[in-house]
Design a protein around this ligand. Structure first.
Ligand SMILES: C[S@@+](CC[C@H](N)C(=O)[O-])C[C@H]1O[C@@H](n2cnc3c(N)ncnc32)[C@H](O)[C@@H]1O
Length: 438
C-alpha cells in the first residue's frame, strides 16, 4: 500500500509491522522510517503517531480471522481491527484508509471499530473493489474503508467506481511481451504500465512515449514458458478450477498460489480446465509478485522463500492502492465531487412535478453547489448550507442563483432521506403494490 500511495503522491512518514522480516523488506525498498512495533500496544504507539501529525492513517489489519481460507473464529488478530480504529480515533487524522477481506464487513470486530469511528466524526465509504479493474491481472476482491472527518457516508464511492477500468486485466496484458505480440510506450508516470498488447486499445501516444524500452521490460525468466503454455496452474480452493487461460486474470494470490499441481489435481482435473494441469505453467515467485503489483526489481533479498510468499500474499496490489490514493488526493484538492446517486431525477419528476428542464437544472445545481464546496459532503443539511454560505465564490453570486443552489441541495437531501425500501419499491412496482408498500 505504501508503494501505491507514494506513486499517487503521498509522502509516507512512518510505517509499522510486528514482523521483522516484513519490516526489513519494506526498509530496503521504501525507506528507513519503518520499524517493528506491536500495534496493539496503543499506549506506546498512539503518542508517537500523534507527534507525526499525519493527514492520513492507513492499515491492513490481519484478516486470517475473517477470510474464507481461515476458520472464521474471531480471535486476537481480529482485535487489530479494533486497535486500528482506536489509533485513528486518538490521532484524528483528516483521512484514514483500511483494507481487509470482504467478510470483515460482517465481523464483530468491524462492528465495534465502525461504531468508534462514526462516534469520532468520520464519514465512511465502505466498498469492495476488485483489483483486476485497477491495474493488475488478478481477481482480488477486498473491502476498503475510506474515512474522512465530517463527511456523509459513501462520500467517495462514485469517485472510486469512476477510477475503475471498464475491462478486467488479463494475464496476457502483463506477460504478453515475451512473445513479441506487444510494443513499448514509455509510461507517463513512473511505475505505470509500459508494455501494451497489439490486441488492445493503445495508450495515448505523445513525444515522450517513444523512448527505448528499459532493460527491466525485457522478457523475464519464466515469462516465455508461461506465454507458450497459454495457461497456468494455481492451487485451487476446495474443488475449484486450477487451470486458467492467459486471457483471464489470475485468481486472488495466496501463499500457496505457485504450488505445483498435486497428484489429485493431475488425476482429476477440473472439468472446466482449459488444458490438463500437467501442461499448464506453474508461476514463478517473481511472476506472482508482479501479479500482486510489485514492480520488477523489487528487492526481496534476505527473506526466506516461504516468508516472501506470505508477504506477497498479504499485500494490497500497488496499482490498486495508487488508484485509491489518487482518488483521495483529487477529492482533498476539491477536484472531484460525488456523483448524484440513484433516481433523483425520477423522484423530482414524480414527487415534485418537475419537467425535463427543471430536472436537469436541479441536478446541475446540486453539482455546482458541490463543486463550490470542494467536493465535500456533510452529514446534515444545516452544516452543508452553512459551509456553502462560508464559500467566497458562493457569496459573490446573485441572490437568485444562491437561493436556487440552496434549494437544489435541500431537494437532494430530501430525496436522500427517503426511506430506502420505499424508494426502491416506488421505482419498480406497479401502483397497487406501491400503495401496500407505502
Ligand atoms: C494483511 S497484512 C498487511 C500487510 C501490509 N500492510 C501491506 O500492505 O502489504 C497484515 C500485517 O499485519 C501484521 N501484524 C499482525 N499482528 C500485528 C501486530 N500486533 N502489530 C503490528 N503488525 C501486526 C502482519 O505481520 C502482517 O504483515
Amino acid at each position: 500500500m505504501s508503494l501505491g500511495l507514494k506513486r499517487a503522491g503521498f509522502e509516507v512518514v512512518a510505517a509499522y509491522d510486528s514482523w521483522q522480516a516484513a519490516v526489513d523488506v519494506y526498509r530496503q525498498n521504501l525507506g528507513g522510517f519503518v520499524r517493528v512495533a506491536d500495534l496493539k500496544d496503543i499506549f506506546r504507539i498512539a503518542p508517537e503517531i500523534v507527534a507525526q501529525r499525519p493527514d492520513m492513517i492507513v492499515g491492513g489489519p490481519p484478516c486470517q480471522d475473517f477470510s474464507t481460507a481461515g476458520e472464521r473464529i474471531e480471535g486476537e488478530r481480529a482485535g487489530l481491527t479494533r486497535a486500528f480504529a482506536m489509533l485513528v480515533c486518538i490521532v484524528r487524522p483528516r483521512w484514514f484508509l483500511m483494507e481487509n477481506v470482504p467478510l470483515a464487513a460482517r465481523s464483530d470486530a468491524w462492528r465495534d471499530a465502525r461504531a468508534m469511528l462514526v462516534k469520532a466524526g468520520y464519514g465512511l465509504t465502505e466498498t469492495t473493489l476488485n483489483a483486476t479493474y485497477y491495474g493488475v491481472p488478478q481477481t482480488r476482491k477486498r473491502l476498503f474503508v475510506v474515512g474522512r472527518l465530517g463527511e456523509a457516508d459513501a462520500f467517495l464511492e462514485s469517485a472510486l467506481a469512476a477510477a475503475r477500468s471498464p475491462e478486467k486485466m488479463p494475464m496476457r496484458a502483463m506477460f504478453g511481451e515475451a512473445l513479441g505480440g506487444c510494443y513499448y510506450a514509455h509510461p507517463r508516470h513512473p511505475g505505470k504500465r509500459g508494455v501494451w498488447s497489439v490486441d488492445e486499445p493503445a495508450p495515448t501516444m505523445r513525444g515522450s512515449s517513444r523512448r527505448p524500452m528499459p532493460a527491466t521490460y525485457q522478457p523475464r525468466p519464466g515469462d516465455t514458458a508461461l506465454v507458450e503454455a497459454g495457461a497456468f496452474f494455481t492451487r485451487p480452493y476446495h474443488d475449484g478450477r486450477g487451470v486458467r487461460s492467459l486471457d483471464e486474470p489470475a485468481p486472488a494470490v495466496v501463499r500457496t498460489t505457485r504450488e505445483r499441481p498435486r497428484q489429485s489435481h493431475l488425476d482429476r482435473p477440473h472439468p472446466a480446465d482449459s488444458v490438463h494441469p500437467a501442461k499448464a505453467a506453474v508461476l514463478t515467485q517473481e511472476q506472482v509478485s508482479r501479479i500482486q503489483g510489485f514492480p520488477i526489481g523489487w528487492d526481496w533479498s534476505g527473506a526466506a522463500v516461504r516468508d516472501v510468499d506470505q508477504m506477497i500474499a498479504n499485500a494490497v496490489p500497488a496499482p490498486l492502492a495508487e488508484a485509491i490514493g489518487r482518488t483521495i488526493l483529487a477529492r482533498e484538492a476539491g477536484e472531484s465531487i460525488p456523483e448524484i446517486q440513484g433516481r433523483f431525477g425520477q423522484w423530482l419528476r414524480r414527487s415534485k412535478g418537475f419537467n425535463g428542464q427543471a430536472v436537469r437544472n436541479g441536478k446541475s445545481r446540486v453539482n455546482r453547489a458541490r463543486r463550490l464546496l470542494g467536493g465535500r459532503t456533510f452529514p446534515d443539511l444545516a452544516g452543508e448550507l452553512a459551509a456553502l454560505d462560508a464559500v467566497e465564490a458562493f457569496a459573490a453570486l446573485p441572490t437568485g442563483t444562491r437561493s436556487d443552489l440552496r434549494k437544489a441541495l435541500r431537494l437532494y437531501r430530501e430525496w436522500q432521506e427517503q426511506p430506502k425500501g420505499r424508494r426502491k419499491v416506488k421505482a419498480v412496482l406497479p401502483a397497487a403494490v406501491e400503495a401496500v408498500a407505502a
